[in-house]
Design a protein around this ligand. Structure first.
Ligand SMILES: NC(=O)c1ccc[n+]([C@@H]2O[C@H](COP(=O)([O-])OP(=O)(O)OC[C@H]3O[C@@H](n4cnc5c(N)ncnc54)[C@H](OP(=O)(O)O)[C@@H]3O)[C@@H](O)[C@H]2O)c1
Length: 333
């Protein structure tokens, strides 16, 4: 008998719109011929997933497609002796869910070079609550601290604060005793951000400096930006001498218009964060940190647990900037 599995499939309908539907009878033969077959228990919803699920050809070239850039599950078959049947493993990024069928399928087949064994301090479920968003927050903080950021240098700002990357970044930075300012568009989520560990909150529109002055007040020792555009331009003007900024997202714009003065007069550093292809040894090191010294208090994070059937509504909400915290995809719901 042909073995079948279930997945959320993104496809184009007859009107040219992209829709997502649960399919209970996907053939295993559609999976690529990689070394390791994984029975997926959990995945998560990231902004990139929302784009892939709605036909963004910059991320996914061919449809029908199974999105899901994160997956946590149990190995069922492996051609690599380092990974054995029954091992609990996680995958975040690389090509998973982009042009390789992803974690919204009950099964995935991936190269062993993408796989990390579940760190002992986290359950599979906790790993996927963090997912790519958690890893991206961790890379951003790691990069800033690697060049000297520490709580004594001054205040740190996190933008897109109620989103996945923003929420987890605040939770980690709070654990590390940073004085965090959260920048958000959601007036209704001030209490949530305070509970996560933000000491002060600024509404996005109040934060943006629209003047054409090349420099503003020296204010921030560190900036973790997920939005780009005018938010990042403002941050560049207001960072302290030798301060650091990481940029990982472009939800406000993929452009910045700036001068070189913050760099040549204040010596600030702007660093990019690219989590998908971040080297596996560094991903592993940061997952170990996320499971120990940087382990967040999950009870403070807003977590929405979703079945495959419920996921399309959260995809829509995410594209409108209306998700707070993280959406966990549970294949057993
Ligand atoms: N480079 C990488 O490796 C990497 C990895 C992960 C994510 N990212 C990028 O980082 C960004 C944040 O990702 P995420 O997973 O945290 O996303 P998310 O959970 O959807 O959160 C995004 C948050 O950004 C704010 N926002 C401001 N303007 C927005 C707009 N026009 N549309 C949607 N949200 C808007 C909202 O929070 P507030 O209302 O609180 O401001 C929103 O909740 C995305 O651009 C994503 O692609 C990059």
């Amino acid at each position: 008998m042909t073995r079948l599995f279930r997945a959320l499939v993104a496809k184009e309908d007859s009107s040219g719109n992209y829709i997502q539907e649960v399919d209970n009878s996907i053939k295993f033969s559609i999976l690529p011929s990689h070394e390791v077959l994984i029975f997926v228990q959990y995945s998560s919803l990231n902004y990139k997933d929302a784009l892939s699920a709605t036909g963004n050809k910059g991320i996914t070239k061919n449809y029908p497609h199974i999105p899901g850039i994160d997956a946590g599950g149990i190995i069922e078959e492996s051609d690599n002796p380092l990974f054995k049947m029954g091992d609990e493993v996680i995958i975040t990024g690389f090509d998973l869910g982009c042009n390789t069928y992803g974690g919204y399928g009950q099964y995935i087949r991936v190269p062993s070079s993408w796989i990390i064994k579940r760190p002992s301090g986290l359950s599979l479920k906790e790993c996927m609550i963090l997912g790519t968003a958690g890893l991206t927050a961790a890379i951003s903080i790691y990069k800033m601290e690697s060049i000297g950021l520490n709580p004594k240098n001054g205040d740190i700002i996190v933008t897109g604060a109620t989103g996945g990357v923003g929420s987890i970044a605040i939770a980690i930075l709070s654990k590390l005793n940073y004085h965090i300012y959260a920048v958000t568009g959601k007036k209704s989520q001030f209490n949530y951000l305070k509970q996560l560990g933000a000491r002060d909150i600024i509404l996005r529109n109040d934060f943006i400096d629209v003047s054409d002055k090349p420099l503003g007040k020296r204010r921030w020792a560190g900036v973790l930006d997920t939005l780009g555009g005018p938010i990042l331009e403002t941050a560049l003007k207001n960072t302290l001498d030798e301060g650091v900024i990481t940029c990982c997202g472009m939800l406000q714009s993929n452009e910045i218009h700036t001068s070189i003065f913050p760099f040549i007069l204040r010596g600030i550093q702007l660093m990019g964060v690219a989590s998908a292809d971040y080297p596996i040894d560094k991903k592993t090191m940061l997952w170990n940190r996320l499971s120990s010294v940087w382990k967040i208090d999950f009870t403070k994070l807003n977590i929405i647990e979703s079945s495959l059937e419920e996921l399309p509504q959260y995809i829509k909400k995410m594209l409108n900037g209306n998700i707070t915290g993280r959406v966990l995809v549970n294949h057993n719901l």
